[in-house]
Design a protein around this ligand. Sequence first.
Ligand SMILES: Nc1nc2c(ncn2[C@@H]2O[C@H](COP(=O)(O)OP(=O)(O)O)[C@@H](O)[C@H]2O)c(=O)[nH]1
Ligand SMILES: [Mg+2]
Length: 249
Amino acid sequence: MTKNLPAPRAAAAKPSAPKPLATEKSAATLALGWLHTARFLTTAPQLHFLPDLDIPEIAFVGRSNAGKSTCINTLTQQKQLAFASKKPGRTQHINLFSLGKQGVMDAVLTDLPGYGYAAVPRQEKVRWQQVMANYLVTRKNLKGIVLMCDPRLGLTELDEILLDLLRERVQEGLKFLIVLTKADKLTRSEATKALSIARLQAGGGEVRLFSATKRTGVEAVAELLWAWAHPATQCPPLQPEPLQPLVAQ
Ligand SMILES: Nc1nc2c(ncn2[C@@H]2O[C@H](COP(=O)(O)OP(=O)(O)O)[C@@H](O)[C@H]2O)c(=O)[nH]1
Ligand SMILES: [Mg+2]
């Protein structure tokens, strides 16, 4: 008798399960694969030595020791692309990295020198503030800014000056992201608080928690940068970043 039973229809009729995770994964994989193509392009002590480019450029800025080099290395999955210096204030040049699959450069990452390091002579600080201001205000192909901030310190006076400088360009469409670094050092409630404060300060820009050690926010930031550089391209929708469980150290 059993062998004459019809095959269970439920199995055949069952609609295929939704695959939100697969979509999410493919957006992150695409973005991280693209970031992994980063190669050193050039370095310049001043703006006018930089090549004129007509592809999107995304600049990383932040106070010395905020975690900028570590973040760039993590996003590009390369150990030494941006030198994660133990001696803050050492990176004195504007460094450009090319991005693009199959050797076709389609965007540039810029690592700007960290600012605010106390031991740098005043004259040198002023010179760098001018180079940075000049870059941020006049670089034509600049598409987005990523501001690194250690949330335990919050935005410093120099970060605020930079935000003021950028305000007009952000209103004109320049993309802006505050990355709250070293999120592994925060408790969950500290992280929530840091996020809401930064969102107020970001003036319409994005804010993400990031930890190189716990890999918090790596995929979310990668997806955002990919979307900035490829605005016309169809891609899976960006997912809101889930709040990761954080462990205080
Ligand atoms: N716990 C923790 N430490 C970090 C993280 N990112 C960077 N750091 C540390 O912060 C210090 C400054 O990092 P670095 O990338 O050189 O900062 P930069 O001066 O902004 O380029 C280094 O000692 C890093 O190891 C992170 O996600 N978690
Ligand atoms: Mg650095």
